[in-house]
Design a protein around this ligand. Structure first.
Ligand SMILES: C[S@@+](CC[C@H](N)C(=O)[O-])C[C@H]1O[C@@H](n2cnc3c(N)ncnc32)[C@H](O)[C@@H]1O
Length: 249
């Protein structure tokens, strides 16, 4: 596909996502919430070049590469149980650190941090730095898995005390076996409603068999209603950009 076609496709995709996101938020949370989301998107879009410069600087300090966006490929669509993956992009390091501080846990020391749709691995590296003793990423795209493993190796070289903490697996989030102990599950809008329902079913089944502390941090919670409608999940925080849940067996 020519670069022009790719650009036209990306702009069109963005336009559709924007209008669907605003309508969904208006239906679910009312007009004021939809307006807040629209304003936030405009502000974030305007500030994106500055965010990218800061993130590249952060990347250089750890010799990692996490910036940029990577489109969903046909190979990913056919590898997933449901072809509803979103493209790769990352939050800024500052946004991830803020999210980690807002987790409703006393200490990360007894928790596993699991990122479903872990991309290039920025949240994994920051979760390890934050003190999670076990950090796991699951990513559908093989190229991103390789990039994240290279990032983890660079991070471990600079921070040997964290060696062996992070593990990245290639796979579909719909097929994941959840870690056995207390868990913080992080989702940055990685997939659509169909895959999210499977993930939530999986959480409920796993907690029935083995009740344990379990939290979900959902950033850019486009399909928040999938979690809101489950009595096993209690929403403990909700902002325009972030929803957090405590799960019960
Ligand atoms: C918005 S990015 C977030 C990346 C990373 N969590 C971060 O915050 O930097 C979503 C990621 O989910 C991955 N993904 C999409 N569908 C998936 C699936 N079914 N199983 C595993 N990963 C998936 C995409 O390839 C992409 O890297």
């Amino acid at each position: 596909m020519s670069r022009l076609m790719a650009l036209v496709r990306a702009v069109n995709e963005k336009r559709v996502n924007f209008s669907q996101g605003i309508s969904r938020t208006r239906r679910r949370d009312g007009s004021a919430a939809a307006l807040r989301l629209a304003l936030l998107w405009v502000i974030e879009g305007t500030l994106r070049p500055a965010k990218n410069i800061r993130q590249r600087r952060f990347d250089r300090s750890l010799c990692i590469v996490t910036t940029g966006r990577i489109a969903v490929t046909d190979a990913m669509r056919s590898a997933a149980t449901h072809p509803d993956s979103t493209r790769y992009e990352s939050m800024s390091p500052q946004q991830i650190k803020t999210l980690l501080r807002r987790l409703p846990i006393d200490s990360p020391a007894h928790f596993t941090f699991l990122d479903l749709g872990s991309g290039k691995g920025l949240p994994l590296v920051l979760a390890a730095s934050y003190g999670f003793p076990r950090v796991l990423g699951v990513e559908l795209d093989g190229g991103l898995v390789e990039m994240s493993r290279a990032n983890v190796r660079s991070f471990e070289t600079r921070s040997p005390t964290h060696a062996g903490v992070i593990g990245v697996t290639q796979g579909d989030a719909a097929n994941v076996v959840l870690p056995p102990g207390p868990t913080v599950l992080f989702l940055f809008n990685p997939f659509g409603e169909a895959t999210l329902r499977i993930v939530v079913d999986n959480i409920e089944r796993s907690l029935k068999v083995s009740p344990r502390p379990f939290f979900v941090a959902y950033y850019n919670p486009v399909h928040r209603e999938v979690l809101d409608e489950r009595p096993s999940l209690r929403r403990v925080l909700s902002t325009t950009r972030l929803a957090m849940y405590e799960a019960h067996g």
